[in-house]
Design a protein around this ligand. Structure first.
Ligand code: PEP
Ligand code: MG
Length: 683
């Protein structure tokens, strides 16, 4: 038996989507896999069991794996958990996209790609209060959503017949769910569509089905056994202290009701609005939210539910203002009653006066125009008030990330982390596979620049099929360019794929973890050799500056490279000697530390003196406090998480380059990161 202890890095812990990834991976192995967290444990092949562990971000989990393929299972689970189970966790433990709403409670915002409206500055006398679930103002007549259920059921037909009835109902429900998922995907709400994939997994859950079958065997009708089992699991989930996990009880009841419908022949009839209204309901299930026509919905208020319910997530995906948990009084309001609410703060006014309605309409229009302007403006490049241009690119590890970048107005991909193409599979991608992904990316970018970083494997990014030796300090070991130089075939295959793309004019190649001039010369020589082989004469080759030695010697490197991109995640880790994966150190691991800023300043100066382009592709680029300093230090580009592009461009447009230069100079004289932040905020 193998025991494996790991830390969950995902921003919102093991919530539905990563839990699903984990379970699906565990199911691929014949070994018995138990997972434990604190004093709870369960079967790692059961989604409900995994959810019930209630693992929050930074939580420790322990796998106990026993069986023929235990070694392979342990390695793949280890690698999958550390690389974020399908979510792009940054290895210092924070979710890159979480920066978009730094002060809000953690909700599953990363599942939603639609830009969210900013909080309004419009206030009004409040009649009722609820929990802010999707920001924006809404004004309109109330429409009480009623769901009527017509059902019939048979008496107990014996265990075999009841089990057959159950499976038939489950099959029909699964088919419906896949249709719903397809509808949302076709409507462009791809991320929200995945909610229904999770529903499909919930009803196929081994632990749940075992319980239902046991109850049927004990003499219960399929309908009753199903409803009781769903309710017992949902109650248990709803009592979890983590709001994201407790909100999954609503998903379980929703999908439970769907199967019950098929078992009893019940139909849920929902009268839908035919003109724009504010939907009011006791609780809105995800499937009901998905049925609503956004053109006829001004906003949503529910009496119960939580801000992390999937219904709330869907509301955000559809950019509909929403309040949940407003209490029972909202249900007593007659249809047609005018209501005004602010989904950013959870305030509700009933029967607003004519004057207030007029003001609200003006505020809604202003808000709509602002959101539109921000998104529209992001299509253009950003210049400071005194005309200094700063490129705002985005980071990516997949084609989907690139698409998110272009949707949000990116100026290009400042960092494409190619190692993600190698993770989560059994063997390295072939040159054809890699080439086809790069081609799709270039097509999506339509001429915008793409910086492809060569493999940065090692550290916490482990690729099991490479069979690399264990290292005592992987972050100080054979990582990044060191690994590529020790596995030349792999490195050459990657470079050859890049150099043989039909059009490389938009592509730049970048090496990770360059620490010495020797590293650079060796890696550059490999590209030169392959340029000769492929006949590509003109390709820009640059390096990441993420090791302090590279920053210290930036003037020497600047003579050799075509460009620099500063990886502030590693540069901070190595400068402050603080492991980026150590959650105890997270609060102190701040790229605005003057020691890191002085290194960034040194690189920017060296680049400028040599006439070379320099960007920042670490998380610091998307930190709104850091933006004025980085601009002031003379960075040509900031490459940030896709949802941040609009905000960072907006921030740049409201800065004066001259002021930023003064601010940056003053920041270098501060004694701590906290002092730098205070300086920026005062400024
Ligand atoms: C960095 O170190 O800042 C960086 C961008 O690289 P990664 O986060 O992939 O190590
Ligand atoms: Mg790095």
């Amino acid at each position: 038996m193998i025991e494996l202890n790991l830390t969950v890095l995902n921003h919102t812990g093991l919530h539905a989507r990563p839990a699903r990834e984990l379970v699906n991976l565990a199911k691929k192995f014949s070994s018995k896999i138990q997972i434990a967290h604190g004093d709870r444990s369960g079967n790692a092949k059961s989604l409900i069991s995994v959810l019930k562990l209630g693992v929050a971000s930074g939580g420790e989990i322990c796998f106990q794996i026993s069986g023929e393929d235990e070694a392979e299972a342990a390695e793949q689970l280890r690698q999958a958990v550390l690389s974020g189970l399908g979510e792009s966790v940054s290895v210092n433990g924070s979710h890159p996209e979480s920066e978009s709403e730094p002060t809000s409670t953690p909700v599953e915002v990363p599942e939603v790609s639609t830009p969210k409206p900013r909080p309004s500055d419009f206030s009004f006398p409040v009649d009722l209060r609820g929990v802010a679930a999707s920001s924006g103002l809404a004004l309109g007549p109330i429409f009480q959503l009623q769901v009527t259920t017509v059902s019939s059921d048979t008496s107990y037909q014996g265990a075999q017949a009841e089990t057959a009835r159950l499976y038939k109902a489950l099959a029909s429900a699964t088919e419906e769910l896949s249709e719903l998922s397809a509808k949302l995907t076709a409507d462009g709400v791809t991320d929200a569509a995945k909610i229904f994939d999770v529903h499909a997994d919930l009803i196929a859950d081994g632990a749940l089905l075992d319980q239902v079958k046991a109850e049927i065997d004990a003499g219960k009708r399929a309908t009753k056994a199903w409803a009781d089992s769903i309710e017992s699991y949902a109650t248990e989930l709803s009592q979890m202290p983590d709001p994201i996990l407790s909100a999954r009880s609503s998903d379980l009841r929703d999908v439970g009701r769907r199967v019950t419908g098929h078992l009893t022949g019940a139909s849920h009839q929902m009268e839908l609005p035919t003109e724009p209204v504010v939907i009011v309901a006791e609780e809105l299930f995800p499937s009901e939210t998905a049925m609503l026509d956004p053109n006829n919905v001004l906003g949503i208020i529910t009496a119960s539910g939580g801000a992390t319910d999937h219904a709330a997530i869907l509301a955000r995906a559809l950019a509909l203002p929403a309040i949940v948990s407003a209490g029972p009084d909202i249900l007593k309001q007659a249809n047609g009653t005018k209501v005004l609410f602010d989904g950013s703060v959870g305030t509700i006014a009933l029967n607003p006066s004519d004057a207030l309605q007029e003001q609200a309409k003006a505020a809604i229009e202003k808000q709509r125009a602002r959101n539109e302007a921000l998104r529209e403006a992001a299509k253009q490049m950003a210049k400071t008030t005194d005309g200094h241009l700063v490129e705002i690119g985005s980071n990516a590890g997949s084609l989907e990330d690139v698409q998110r970048g272009t949707e949000n107005g990116t100026d290009g991909i400042g960092l494409f982390r190619t190692e993600f193409l190698y993770l989560g599979r059994d063997s390295a991608p072939t040159e054809e596979e890699q080439g086809s992904i790069y081609r799709s990316i270039l097509e999506e970018l339509n001429g915008k620049p793409l910086i492809i970083r060569t493999l940065d494997i090692g550290g916490d990014k482990v690729v099991p099929y490479m069979d690399l030796p264990e290292e005592a300090n992987p972050f100080l070991g054979v990582r990044g360019i060191r690994l590529s130089l020790s596995q030349l075939d792999l490195f050459k295959a990657q470079l050859r794929t890049i150099l043989t793309l039909p059009d490389v004019s938009a592509v730049r190649i970048m090496f990770p973890m360059i620490a010495t001039l020797e590293d650079w010369s060796k890696a550059r020589a490999v590209v030169t050799e392959l340029q000769k082989e492929t006949g590509v004469t003109d390709i820009k080759v640059g390096m990441m500056v993420e090791v302090p030695s590279a920053a210290v010697l930036a003037d020497l490197f600047a003579r050799e490279v075509d460009f620099f991109s500063i990886g502030t995640n590693d540069l901070t880790q190595y400068t402050l000697a603080m492991d980026r994966t150590n959650s105890v150190l997270t609060a102190q691991l701040d790229g605005l530390h003057p020691a890191v800023l002085r290194l960034i300043a040194r690189v920017a100066e060296a680049a400028k003196a040599a006439g070379k382009w320099v960007g920042v592709c670490g998380e610091l680029g998307g930190d709104l406090d850091a933006v004025p300093i980085l601009v002031g230090l003379g960075l040509n580009e900031l490459s940030v998480a896709p949802p941040l592009v609009g905000q960072v461009k907006d921030r740049v447009r409201n800065l004066s380059y001259t002021d930023c230069q003064k601010l940056a100079k003053a920041a270098l004289q501060q004694t701590s990161a906290a002092a730098v932040r205070e300086l920026v905020r005062k400024h």
